[in-house]
Design a protein around this ligand. Structure first.
Ligand SMILES: [Ca+2]
Ligand SMILES: [Ca+2]
Ligand SMILES: [Ca+2]
Length: 421
């Protein structure tokens, strides 16, 4: 009996160990939350997030040839912008979001074009017989980067009106840093497979970030300048089969902390179009990455090391708060980045803070049309926690899906009339 009990305990211990092992295995095979934005059988890819975060431009051949489309960043309202039997590909936005740059072979070779963000007023910028591809505009108002992919590739910089073309050196998939002064790109100039590099906008101070035998490409810089996301592909060639292992990585912009973002290692045959995980692009708040995979567009979130709070814009009313005044409320107007709906703010989560003190919102309402939330706090509670002078107040909260937001506004606090005790 005692032996049987012991045996039972041993089995239990084994079972617990097995469960622990399984848990560890599952954790190693973890995946960050992803949302699928497109579901057509056709190729959808090359996403580019608009500067206000509300939209994503992309490429689709759902109508028979590759065209530029734009969608709301939740995948709704997919709208076609170009109409011709040629390739229109690789869109990117102007920094103010009013225009897009893209590549098209409608004239016989690929060239760089710009258009208004609604597809109107398409203007050709390059007239070379070579192929001009992969333009990058966002983060630098005045300059557009692109590559000529022939042989090892050459990176060019032109003015946004197409004038003054200059070759910067060997490389492909150039992309601007968030301050418009540096360029991240992929190059196999050292021999072997393409690696990730950065350089200044004039081609100086080149820094190599990756050192591996894999294909590293399509890097883009995070909006806060600290990280670079890119695509790594391992190519396995056997006599019968070419297969790819497509993975996304992020790396610090100085080359530190190389981290893998996708953890499956499925093989994909080279003949299937759009099957790789490629062309990563950041949301303007830096919390999400859009990319294409298996012929559709996906958005990944919850990545460690990236901002977890979205930046809200605040306006606290009154701008000047008299500690002697007797009003009932302090009102805070809250705006969120374009891809978020203020109506999704969880009313119970909203707080106003003046470190180390915080108070809860009294009541809140939402103007959905103007996408502004108005949160009211007790004036006497605010008066309690501030002193005369310029005072920085933080308002934070959560959306119903758990996304946190935070914003800061400064008000002037005076004490006129009756002295605060
Ligand atoms: Ca598709
Ligand atoms: Ca087309
Ligand atoms: Ca051309």
């Amino acid at each position: 009996m005692a032996d049987r009990a012991k045996m039972g305990l041993k089995n239990l211990v084994c079972a617990v160990i097995a469960i622990l092992a399984l848990t560890v295995a599952v954790r190693e095979a973890r995946a960050y939350p992803v949302t699928q934005l497109t579901y057509e059988l056709s190729f959808e890819g090359q996403p580019a997030w608009s500067p206000d975060g509300a939209k994503i431009a992309f490429v689709s051949d759902r109508d028979g040839h590759r065209e530029i489309y734009v969608t709301n960043s939740d995948g709704s309202n997919q709208t076609r912008l170009t109409y011709n039997q040629y390739d229109d590909v690789e869109p990117d936005w102007s920094p103010d979001g009013s225009k897009m740059v893209f590549s098209s072979d409608r004239s016989g070779s690929y060239d760089i074009y710009v258009m208004k963000a609604d597809g109107d007023n398409q203007i050709r910028l390059t007239y070379e017989g070579s192929n001009e591809r992969a333009p990058a505009w966002r983060y630098n108002e005045d300059k557009i980067l692109y590559h000529d992919p022939y042989w090892d590739g050459t990176i060019y910089i032109i003015n946004a009106d197409g004038s003054s073309r200059t070759a910067l050196g060997t490389g492909r998939w150039p992309s601007w840093s968030q301050d418009g002064t540096k360029i991240v790109f992929s190059s196999n100039e050292a021999g072997g497979t393409p690696q990730i590099y950065t350089m200044n906008h004039d081609g100086s101070d080149e820094q190599r970030l990756t050192f591996n035998g894999l294909i590293n490409r399509e890097p883009t810089w995070s909006p806060n300048g600290t990280k670079i996301v890119f695509s790594i592909t391992k190519l396995d060639i056997t006599p019968d089969n070419w297969t790819y292992f497509p993975v996304l990585y992020i790396i610090d912009s100085d080359g530190g902390n190389l981290e893998r973002l996708t953890f499956d290692e499925y093989e994909y045959n080279i003949s299937v179009r759009g099957i790789l995980r490629r062309r990563p692009t950041w949301s303007p708040d830096g919390t999400k990455i859009a990319y294409h995979y298996k012929g559709d567009i996906w958005v990944m979130s919850g990545i460690p090391g990236l901002p977890t709070k979205i930046a809200a814009w605040l306006d606290i009313d009154p701008n000047t708060l008299n500690l002697a005044s007797e009003g009932k409320w302090i009102t805070c107007y809250i705006w969120l980045p374009g891809e978020y709906d203020v109506a999704n703010i969880d009313p119970n989560s909203v707080r106003l803070e003046n470190e180390p003190n915080a108070i809860e919102v009294e009541w809140i309402w939402f103007e959905e049309e103007d996408q502004v939330a108005m949160a009211r706090f007790s004036r006497s509670e605010v008066q309690e926690m501030v002193e005369p002078g310029d005072v920085e107040l933080t308002v934070s909260g959560e959306l119903v899906d758990g996304t946190r937001f935070e914003g800061i506004d400064t008000i002037k606090v005076i004490d006129k009339g009756r002295k605060k005790k």
